[in-house]
Write a protein that binds this ligand. Structure first.
Ligand code: G4P
Length: 288
């Protein structure tokens, strides 16, 4: 089974972005540094392809540094594109962000031609956090709900530098099954849209060969290498969750623990995809 996710109402967002984009100099797309490919919305690429693009790989504190470097190189090799990584919640990213925008649109700046930047990204990627960090304010967060039209936010970062928040909600779009699992593991899609045990097994499938030592240390497992996803989930359950009747392992509880620990960086800095892997999933036709 794969993840079923049809949030709908994208036509409202499509119209709003298409309208706003006319007056925009740089499109800033926030991505989850742990899953940059899967957290990108292809609709945005389609609507904004002529515009300079700044990719912000956010949550870098939770992501694998070496893999983030691969993704930065991947995006920086694209024409008309710059990429930076940051942790929107603690660092003061304004300098790097403003510099990247100036490189992308060197003719903008000054009071008569202020830089106009559109901040886009799927829910939960860190847009509000970034805007709050940049402005030093705690702006109220509007709900990410299908059908809710968000009032457009205009933020004057400097007299000649204006940020616009995404008009509408840019939902994730799942094109390959693996992206659906990665989005679910990261917390980007609704809890009711997936089965936690299935997502935890897919997560373990990636973690066992790539981050086996982290799993072993966190859950004090005797062995991880060479074990199946099911065996590791059961081992986590036996270590960390009370047994069910007749000594059965509580796999549901173990799944919740593994997903929680990944989301909050308890397993260490982990990324779920490299540019090469992401391209291969598309090429191999893991299409839905
Ligand atoms: P959104 O506007 O794009 O929907 O995302 P938002 O800023 O609300 O961020 C979603 C969650 O991600 C928040 O956590 C936020 O604190 C966290 N976050 C944002 N940027 C970073 C980052 O760079 N690193 C880390 N580790 N976390 C980040 P939450 O649990 O939903 O809320 P809260 O408990 O932090 O208030």
């Amino acid at each position: 089974m794969s993840i079923q996710w049809f949030p709908g109402h994208m036509h409202l967002t499509r119209q709003a972005i298409a309208e706003r984009i006319k007056d925009i100099d740089v499109v800033l797309e926030m991505l989850d540094a742990r899953l940059p490919g899967s957290s990108a919305n292809p609709l945005l690429a389609e609507l904004t392809k002529a515009k300079p693009a700044l990719k912000v790989l956010n949550k870098q504190d939770l992501a694998d540094v070496a893999r983030t470097a691969l993704w930065l190189a991947h995006y920086n090799a694209r024409p008309n594109t710059r990429a930076i990584s940051l942790d929107a919640s603690v660092t003061a990213p304004a300098k790097a962000l403003i510099k990247a925008c100036q490189e992308l649109a060197p003719l903008r700046g000054g009071l008569t031609k202020p830089m106009r930047v559109l901040v886009c990204g799927i829910p939960n990627v860190g847009k509000s956090t970034l805007i709050n960090t940049l402005t030093g304010k705690r702006a109220a967060k509007t709900g990410d709900e299908a059908g809710v039209t968000k009032a457009e936010q205009r933020i004057n970062l400097a007299p000649d530098f204006v940020l616009y928040d995404t008009p509408g909600v840019l939902w994730p779009k799942i094109i390959v099954a693996k992206s659906g699992y990665n989005l679910a593991a990261s917390g980007a899609i609704g809890r009711n849209a997936f089965d936690e045990e299935e997502v935890a097994l897919e997560l373990l499938h990636y973690l066992i060969p790539n981050y086996g030592a982290a799993l072993q240390a966190r859950y004090q497992l005797d062995v991880v290498e060479g074990q199946s996803d099911e065996q590791v989930l059961e081992a986590v359950a036996r270590k960390r969750a009370p047994l069910l009747g007749r000594g059965r392992a509580n796999l549901q509880k173990a799944a919740e623990i593994v997903i929680h620990d990944f989301r909050h960086g308890v397993l260490g800095a982990i990324s779920l995809e490299t540019p090469e892997e992401f391209a291969a999933w598309h090429a191999e036709g893991h299409k839905l």
